[in-house]
Design a protein around this ligand. Structure first.
Ligand code: IMP
Length: 194
């Protein structure tokens, strides 16, 4: 069976492919030369955005499609940047500019609690959707550590492991918000595909 992965983020494609490997399923993505339209992420929640992406792309490709929406929620900032994580520092945001803004906004603030959140949705071309949420808690540190991952990883410190998610290489794929959401989808997959 073929399942299409609706994300343009190459890091996410790699992470999700590694986590989701199953012999009877072939995961396709834009890396296989399939072009997809851009979906406007105008939802107020991760779930709304994830559902919208999965549904629109599933209708477009006519394949069962998995999409995710994810981001970082910082307690002292009232849950920001949340669904705006990718464009926290504006239209032309980069990981560097986003991280810079985050650290500036946390200057002098003691509470560094944060969580990565991911909602994975599987959509069928017939319109049914199935969404699953995963989270991982951590703290924002002021100096970057580690070279793996992407986005806010170098600043996201997980106390339990004494490392940022950018210092974890493949281990991140076992414990991350995305891994946890995908694990739930995997558990339910046979029922969903019945
Ligand atoms: P989107 O899900 O493509 O809308 O983007 C989510 C944004 O949240 C990314 O561009 C990153 O800035 C951030 N983000 C999501 N997941 C991770 C992660 O695993 N590590 C670091 N940053 C992440």
């Amino acid at each position: 069976m073929k399942i299409f992965l609706a994300t343009g983020n190459k890091h996410k494609i790699e992470e999700i492919k590694k986590i989701f490997s199953r012999e009877d399923i072939e995961i396709l993505s834009i890396k296989d030369g399939i072009e997809i339209p851009e979906v406007i992420e105008d939802g107020k929640t991760f779930e709304e955005n994830s559902k919208k992406k999965a549904l629109e792309i599933s209708k477009f490709t006519n394949m069962i499609t998995i999409a995710d929406d994810s981001g970082i929620c910082v307690e002292a900032l009232g849950g920001a940047p949340g669904v705006y994580s990718a464009r926290y520092s504006g239209e032309n945001a980069t990981d560097e500019s986003n991280n810079k803004k985050l650290i500036e906004n946390l200057k002098g603030i003691e509470n560094r609690n944060a969580k990565f959140v991911c909602v994975i949705t599987l959509a069928k071309p017939t319109g049914e959707t199935y969404s699953f949420t995963g989270e991982i808690s951590g703290e924002i540190i002021d100096e970057p550590r580690g070279k793996f991952g992407f986005g806010y990883d170098p600043y996201f410190y997980v106390k339990e492991y004494g490392k940022t998610t950018a210092e974890m290489e493949d281990f991140k794929n076992k414990i991350s918000h995305r891994a946890r959401a995908l694990a739930k989808l995997k558990e339910n997959l046979d029922n969903i595909l019945k």
